[in-house]
Design a protein around this ligand. Sequence first.
Ligand code: F6P
Length: 534
Amino acid sequence: MMNQIWNALRDHHAAVEGRAILELFEDEDRAAVFSACADGMLFDYSKTNIDARGLSLLLDLADNAGVAAKREAMFTGVKINETEGRAVLHTALRNLDVPVIVDGRDVMPDVRATHARMQAFARDVRQGRFTGQGGAITDVVNIGIGGSDLGPAMAVLALAPFHDGPRCHFVSNVDGAHVHDVLAGLDPTTTLVIVASKTFTTIETMTNAETARRWMAAKVANPAAQFAAVSTAAEKTAAFGIDAARVFGFEDWVGGRYSMWGPIGLSIMLAVGPEGFDQFLAGGAVMDAHFRAAPFADNLPVLLALVGVWHNQICGYATRAVLPYDQRLSRLPAYLQQLEMESNGKRVGMDGADLTMNSGPVVWGEPGTNGQHAFYQLIHQGTRVVPCEFLIARIGHEADLRHQHLLLVSNCLAQSEALLRGRSLDEARAIMAKKGLTGDELDRQARHRVFPGNRPSTTLAYEQLTPFTFGQIISLYEHRVFVEGVILGINSYDQWGVELGKELALALQPVLEGKAGTEGKDGSTRQLAQWFKG
Ligand code: F6P
């Protein structure tokens, strides 16, 4: 059945490929029909080439892929991460009152207990009861990478208007420049270091943690007392010397890139306080409820996924630009790169067979309006089509700068309009003629000013970027990834593709130290290793 639907979608695409999306708006209801609302958010996908037939086939795809059954399996703790034999329960971290049974045991009492310990610790730090050697904690350094960094780093930036706790800094790269530059401005006697690593083995994080401990030891008698850890590996955090009272554990059913809702979000809680953090969880939970209950045709995560499948697997657009017109979401594209590309960048299906179509898209982007003055040239006039996903708040936080928010919104709306409408040769010629150009020069100049238009985009509009809304947005994207993964028949929750590079890096370390030879290496790697050895 799935094959038939895929083929029908391809045939439908071939039939409608050349038409102008703009003409679809002759149906005055189009914008309303090809939009969905949920809990104060509006998702408008009417500026795409999806019509009633396309949408109905896409919805058939979701139905026949078993999205509904797999969704319930995920929420109820079934081990859907089959290649690692794990449940996928990040949703449990934001639905604290709902029992979830894994291996015959309700896991929620432990989740709630850890959440309460995080709250107590955050209050102690924020209210000056937990101090450093030099007094109240002024700065928090979160050392982690990937899912143990990108989410909290994004969130702390996103929630700046709610930030009333200590300053938060993030160190991820194994490049010593990162830890050096972050620590350079800080006072070790009033700094709290959080070592955030699900496995507590990640080489970047453990190396940076050692460096931070040395830095602190130069000024602080008992540096371990100013360290906290977030991990699933309690014995490893103990071996590192961190007191169990400041270790916040979680289970292996929380994937790294889905983990900021629990202890990995400790830096967020320190920044905005336990109440603000709970608002973030509440937003995520509201989106969970919507995802579980809304019919697919009105279901935001399902619709985002179906638009993604249409553009990537059916139209063949290899990339997806995420363009938040919200400076505080400037790290959202980087966060989504991990969430989407680590989850759905797979070439083998759950059944062990090679995928017969493209896996998830390349995700990239920058906040608007900055991107407009950089890469939008290619988006508007390049030879490749890049589906664009705009995000915009109705209300900014800066009450005294309303005119700037208005400018921001008008730019956001203008970009999707320009992508849709384009500018014809005749229109470009008329503009050049008005400027006084004539003859060949008018023709030549006008051609450069043509915009082909007919380029698809979607807009996700929300009220204001609060902790609650932020939770809704992140949960929305998580579920979108889930739905796309189910439709593609892949496991979105493992990440074997990151392992080979790690193994080879470990093997190259002794080569660069001169303790091992380059036998078995290819000529280029031998040459590069030799060059670095000098
Ligand atoms: O190498 C990839 C990865 O395993 C990610 O999936 C994860 O978010 C990141 O490394 C960090 O892992 P950890 O939290 O175990 O240090």
